[in-house]
Design a protein around this ligand. Structure first.
Ligand SMILES: [Zn+2]
Length: 243
């Protein structure tokens, strides 16, 4: 199709994608944040395999370092990895550019060491975006990926509410955000997500929405190419977006 990246917002701050290609055949993408998690991630992967769905996992660098086998499993089962910061703290909202550059680079390096790839996509912790973060993302040559709809399953919820939040409102091009991990000190209720996932997948398909990998939905490469990890892609990508 060759439209480049779809639904780019926030041109002043740099590339941000919150929705993918809305053309037919209708497709959506599933994404999972805050993992890898020793209980939630394997169960999520089992379900995705059962349904033949390829998803994107926006992993936290510190978690990835703790559970490298899970990171490798994500990749070996055909899913994509994104960067969801290294430490995922609420204080990050106050961070300057150097802070975000470090968060992005540390995570990128951990993922590279484990899986041999450097994510080109960054998702802000807690969905909170700010100018310094945007600048660091741009300098890293990354694209900020948010979502069209989210399960809010990082909070106390039920499978029914997750399905109701995601399925009826989904449309061609939707990027849907769920969780396969826990970052709070209180154990997050990942169980409702596991229970909801089959119903979410079946519900989307019943509505005529195929579930596609995010790189196909937004027509952008998930990983930096080995020769262009430095500054060049930021300019190229930003230029393509702004045109
Ligand atoms: Zn998160």
């Amino acid at each position: 199709m060759g439209h480049g990246i779809f639904a780019s917002r926030s041109r002043l701050w740099g590339p941000l994608v919150w929705r993918g290609d809305a053309s037919l055949p209708a497709r959506v993408a599933l994404t999972f944040d805050d993992g890898p998690h020793p209980e939630a991630t394997p169960r999520t992967l089992d379900l995705l395999a059962k349904y033949g769905v390829r998803a994107t996992f926006f992993v936290i660098g510190a978690q990835a370092g703790k559970w490298p086998e899970l990171v490798r499993r994500i990749v070996s089962e055909g899913h994509l990895l994104g960067n969801h910061s290294f430490s995922h703290t609420r204080w990050g909202g106050f961070g300057f550019t150097a802070y975000w550059s470090r968060e992005i680079e540390r995570t990128s390096r951990v993922i590279d060491e484990i899986a041999g790839v450097r994510p080109a996509w960054f998702r802000p912790p807690f969905g909170v975006k700010q100018w310094h973060m945007h600048r660091a993302v741009r300098r890293a040559g990354n694209t900020m990926i948010t979502f069209t709809g989210r399960a809010l399953d990082g909070l106390a919820t039920t499978p029914e509410r997750i399905v109701a939040r995601l399925v009826p409102g989904a449309a061609a091009g939707s990027i849907l955000a769920l969780h396969d991990g826990s970052v709070s000190t209180v154990d997050r209720p990942v169980k409702p997500t596991i229970e909801a996932l089959p119903r979410v997948i079946e519900g989307l398909r019943a509505r005529g929405l195929a579930i596609a990998p995010l790189d196909e939905l937004i027509e952008a490469a998930p990983y930096a190419s080995p020769v262009s990890v430095e500054a060049a892609p930021a300019q190229t990508r930003a230029g393509a977006l702004n045109s």
